[in-house]
Ligand binder design. Structure first.
Ligand SMILES: [Zn+2]
Length: 362
């Protein structure tokens, strides 16, 4: 399986950053020059054709590969444009021979007054840990690219992993919501629940309230910069929380030998959040989406398949007798005339797993 892991560089020094920007500008020019050569019909290109370009030859060669691929697409598109044009935020691409990864340090060549090798520390995030774990397991490095977005530098590394797709039969249904951020239930092949877990949203609600009241005060004091900074801080807090929850869910899935994780397609989550104020709704749908994508990404790394089902009926159906009725929910409890009284989000997570199982046996 091929995976791309995006690492964030720690803020480089002004001097290093100037070199990086100058190399990005050279890449733009070089790519444009390659495109012109291709238009002229010169397809046998090498770095030697672009002596004036102040870039490491490895980068020029990688540019040639990239631009050739793009040029093919450009020709196929039958565009009326004269030729391709490149935006000024082009990535600097390296093949696996030209960059090295050592713990949290990466190194690659850039053109300064001549070609030099630069070393950069990377932010020590869970992604870096994952990447290093994969390398230890024998994953192979593919190409990488350095790019700049909104004030930060990133290094995207592609790896070829040898993940074995799990053949386990257990199924985990995960319901994502507001009061309970995530409820998971694990079913075996006989359609019996063998484990469940709740991740409630109390702490998140508390943190949100705290930030909201501080923001309100800042708003009155007309402090937009501080408000923005606070928003970023809140988002980082939530992202970290989502990392924790997804990690714990995947650990449980591995422990219970889950082969498939089932979640709802996102539309339903927006409906669940309908009762909220608009500002909160967008925050929530962003956080829900992020949690889902973390679960998916970590599941895949563990060889667990991820499936999305239609959210229709998952909260209205009784997970015990299967009847579908509206308004079965009173506060957080799902009530059914069959005698099933359970936590509404647990009911939903059970339904998610069961609906998947039913679709498989149908
Ligand atoms: Zn029932």
């Amino acid at each position: 399986m091929q995976l791309t892991i995006v690492l964030e560089l720690l803020q480089p020094t002004k001097r290093k950053e100037a070199v990086m920007f100058s190399n990005v500008r050279e890449v733009v020019k070089n790519r444009q020059a390659i495109a012109s050569e291709l238009k002229k019909g010169n397809t046998k290109l090498s770095s030697a054709h672009f002596k004036q370009s102040r870039l490491p030859s490895a980068v020029k060669n990688q540019n040639i590969r990239e631009v050739k691929a793009l040029y093919r697409l450009f020709k196929q598109s039958e565009s009326k444009k004269e030729n391709m044009t490149f935006k000024d935020n082009q990535p600097i691409c390296f093949n696996n021979q030209n960059f090295a990864l050592d713990g949290h340090m990466i190194s690659f060549p850039l053109y300064d007054d001549k070609v030099r090798r630069f070393v950069f520390p990377v932010k020590q995030t869970e992604r870096l840990t994952l990447l290093n774990d994969y390398m230890k397991q024998g994953a192979k490095l593919g190409k990488a690219s350095l790019f700049y977005r909104q004030g930060k530098w990133y290094f995207a590394v592609t790896i070829q992993t040898k993940v074995n797709q799990s053949t386990n039969k257990q199924v985990m249904g995960i319901d994502i919501g507001l009061r309970q951020l995530a409820v998971a239930s694990v079913f075996n092949e006989q359609n019996e629940e063998i484990n469940r877990v709740f991740h409630n949203g109390k702490q998140v609600g508390f943190i949100r309230k705290k930030y909201r009241s501080v923001r309100r005060k800042l708003g009155k004091a007309k402090q937009p910069k501080l408000i923005k900074r606070l928003g970023d801080k809140e988002q980082r807090w939530m992202t970290n929380k989502n990392h924790q929850i997804s990690r714990q869910l995947i650990n449980l899935a591995v422990q219970e030998q889950v082969g498939v994780i089932v979640m709802e397609k996102l539309e339903n989550i927006r409906q669940t959040a309908r009762s909220l104020r608009r500002v909160d709704r967008s925050l929530h749908s962003w956080a829900f989406y992020e949690l889902q994508s973390f679960i998916e990404y970590k599941a895949k790394l563990a060889g667990i398949k991820v499936v999305y089902i239609d959210p229709k009926h998952t909260s209205q159906r009784c997970s015990s007798c299967g009847v579908v009725k509206k308004q079965q929910r009173k506060r957080n409890i799902y009530h059914c005339s069959c005698g099933n009284h359970i936590h509404a989000d647990l009911n939903a997570s059970r339904n998610i797993a069961q609906i998947y199982n039913e679709q498989q046996s149908a």
